[in-house]
Design a protein around this ligand. Structure first.
Ligand SMILES: N=c1c2ncn([C@@H]3O[C@H](COP(=O)(O)OP(=O)(O)OP(=O)(O)O)[C@@H](O)[C@H]3O)c2ncn1[C@@H]1O[C@H](COP(=O)(O)O)[C@@H](O)[C@H]1O
Length: 107
Protein backbone atom coordinates (compact mmCIF):
# COMPACT_ATOMS: atom_id res chain seq x y z
CA UNK A 1 0.00 0.00 0.00
CA UNK A 2 2.79 2.43 0.95
CA UNK A 3 4.46 2.01 -2.46
CA UNK A 4 1.16 2.42 -4.32
CA UNK A 5 0.07 5.58 -2.51
CA UNK A 6 3.47 7.25 -2.75
CA UNK A 7 3.92 6.29 -6.42
CA UNK A 8 0.40 7.50 -7.30
CA UNK A 9 0.87 10.78 -5.46
CA UNK A 10 4.32 11.27 -7.03
CA UNK A 11 2.80 10.81 -10.50
CA UNK A 12 0.19 13.47 -9.65
CA UNK A 13 2.93 15.83 -8.39
CA UNK A 14 5.00 15.38 -11.57
CA UNK A 15 1.90 15.98 -13.70
CA UNK A 16 1.40 19.34 -11.93
CA UNK A 17 4.53 20.78 -13.54
CA UNK A 18 3.24 23.49 -15.82
CA UNK A 19 -0.17 23.64 -14.13
CA UNK A 20 -1.68 26.97 -13.12
CA UNK A 21 -0.45 28.10 -9.66
CA UNK A 22 -3.85 29.77 -9.15
CA UNK A 23 -5.69 26.44 -9.29
CA UNK A 24 -3.00 23.96 -8.19
CA UNK A 25 -1.34 24.13 -4.76
CA UNK A 26 1.52 21.93 -6.02
CA UNK A 27 2.09 24.22 -9.00
CA UNK A 28 2.09 27.20 -6.61
CA UNK A 29 4.88 25.51 -4.64
CA UNK A 30 6.91 24.82 -7.82
CA UNK A 31 6.35 28.45 -8.74
CA UNK A 32 7.96 29.54 -5.44
CA UNK A 33 11.04 27.48 -6.33
CA UNK A 34 13.25 25.28 -4.18
CA UNK A 35 13.62 27.77 -1.31
CA UNK A 36 9.83 28.14 -1.06
CA UNK A 37 9.36 24.37 -1.04
CA UNK A 38 12.08 23.90 1.59
CA UNK A 39 10.50 26.60 3.77
CA UNK A 40 7.25 24.61 3.76
CA UNK A 41 9.12 21.35 4.54
CA UNK A 42 10.73 23.07 7.53
CA UNK A 43 7.41 24.50 8.76
CA UNK A 44 5.65 21.16 8.41
CA UNK A 45 8.50 19.39 10.26
CA UNK A 46 8.09 21.80 13.18
CA UNK A 47 4.30 21.32 13.15
CA UNK A 48 4.75 17.51 13.21
CA UNK A 49 7.17 17.78 16.14
CA UNK A 50 4.71 19.98 18.06
CA UNK A 51 1.89 17.50 17.33
CA UNK A 52 4.07 14.60 18.52
CA UNK A 53 4.55 16.40 21.84
CA UNK A 54 0.77 16.71 22.24
CA UNK A 55 -1.84 14.09 23.10
CA UNK A 56 -3.90 14.08 19.92
CA UNK A 57 -3.08 11.12 17.62
CA UNK A 58 -5.29 12.56 14.83
CA UNK A 59 -3.28 15.79 14.88
CA UNK A 60 -0.01 13.86 14.64
CA UNK A 61 -1.34 11.82 11.70
CA UNK A 62 -2.52 15.02 9.98
CA UNK A 63 0.76 16.87 10.49
CA UNK A 64 2.89 13.88 9.47
CA UNK A 65 0.83 13.54 6.27
CA UNK A 66 1.49 17.26 5.60
CA UNK A 67 5.22 16.69 6.19
CA UNK A 68 5.43 13.60 3.95
CA UNK A 69 3.46 15.41 1.25
CA UNK A 70 5.78 18.41 1.25
CA UNK A 71 8.84 16.10 1.29
CA UNK A 72 7.40 14.40 -1.81
CA UNK A 73 7.04 17.80 -3.50
CA UNK A 74 10.70 18.49 -2.63
CA UNK A 75 11.72 15.13 -4.12
CA UNK A 76 9.59 15.70 -7.24
CA UNK A 77 11.27 19.08 -7.72
CA UNK A 78 14.64 17.28 -7.56
CA UNK A 79 13.42 14.39 -9.79
CA UNK A 80 13.86 11.75 -7.12
CA UNK A 81 11.09 9.14 -7.06
CA UNK A 82 9.76 7.81 -3.74
CA UNK A 83 10.81 4.32 -4.85
CA UNK A 84 14.41 5.48 -4.46
CA UNK A 85 13.84 6.40 -0.81
CA UNK A 86 11.98 3.14 -0.17
CA UNK A 87 14.84 1.20 -1.82
CA UNK A 88 17.32 2.99 0.46
CA UNK A 89 15.28 2.10 3.55
CA UNK A 90 14.93 -1.49 2.32
CA UNK A 91 18.70 -1.76 1.80
CA UNK A 92 19.26 -0.62 5.39
CA UNK A 93 17.02 -3.35 6.81
CA UNK A 94 18.79 -5.82 9.04
CA UNK A 95 21.68 -3.50 9.85
CA UNK A 96 21.54 -1.78 13.19
CA UNK A 97 21.97 1.98 13.15
CA UNK A 98 24.50 1.58 15.97
CA UNK A 99 26.56 -0.81 13.81
CA UNK A 100 26.25 1.42 10.72
CA UNK A 101 27.41 4.49 12.67
CA UNK A 102 30.33 2.61 14.21
CA UNK A 103 31.50 1.51 10.73
CA UNK A 104 31.61 5.16 9.66
CA UNK A 105 33.63 6.23 12.68
CA UNK A 106 36.22 3.44 12.49
CA UNK A 107 39.71 4.94 12.53
N1 LIG B 1 -1.79 15.62 -0.38
C1 LIG B 1 -1.92 16.81 -0.65
C2 LIG B 1 -1.82 17.81 0.36
N2 LIG B 1 -1.57 17.73 1.68
C3 LIG B 1 -1.58 18.99 2.14
N3 LIG B 1 -1.84 19.86 1.14
C4 LIG B 1 -1.97 21.33 1.20
O1 LIG B 1 -0.82 21.82 1.84
C5 LIG B 1 -1.13 23.08 2.40
C6 LIG B 1 -0.50 23.06 3.78
O2 LIG B 1 -0.59 24.28 4.22
P1 LIG B 1 -0.55 24.62 5.77
O3 LIG B 1 -0.67 23.41 6.62
O4 LIG B 1 0.66 25.42 5.99
O5 LIG B 1 -1.86 25.40 5.92
P2 LIG B 1 -2.15 26.84 5.47
O6 LIG B 1 -2.08 27.66 6.69
O7 LIG B 1 -3.47 26.77 4.76
O8 LIG B 1 -1.00 27.24 4.42
P3 LIG B 1 -0.09 28.55 4.42
O9 LIG B 1 -1.03 29.75 4.47
O10 LIG B 1 0.83 28.47 5.60
O11 LIG B 1 0.65 28.48 3.11
C7 LIG B 1 -2.65 23.22 2.42
O12 LIG B 1 -3.05 24.09 1.39
C8 LIG B 1 -3.11 21.81 2.11
O13 LIG B 1 -4.33 21.73 1.40
C9 LIG B 1 -1.98 19.17 0.01
N4 LIG B 1 -2.24 19.56 -1.27
C10 LIG B 1 -2.32 18.60 -2.22
N5 LIG B 1 -2.18 17.26 -1.96
C11 LIG B 1 -2.20 16.27 -3.05
O14 LIG B 1 -1.70 16.87 -4.23
C12 LIG B 1 -2.65 16.73 -5.27
C13 LIG B 1 -2.54 17.90 -6.23
O15 LIG B 1 -2.93 19.09 -5.56
P4 LIG B 1 -3.15 20.43 -6.41
O16 LIG B 1 -1.85 20.76 -7.04
O17 LIG B 1 -3.60 21.49 -5.43
O18 LIG B 1 -4.21 20.12 -7.43
C14 LIG B 1 -4.00 16.62 -4.56
O19 LIG B 1 -4.96 15.95 -5.38
C15 LIG B 1 -3.63 15.78 -3.35
O20 LIG B 1 -3.54 14.41 -3.73
Amino acid sequence: MTDDVLAELYAILKARAGADPKTSYVASLYHKGLDGILKKVGEEAVEAVIAAKGDDPAALIHETADLWFHCLVMLAYRNIAPEQILAELKARMGRSGIEEKASRHKG
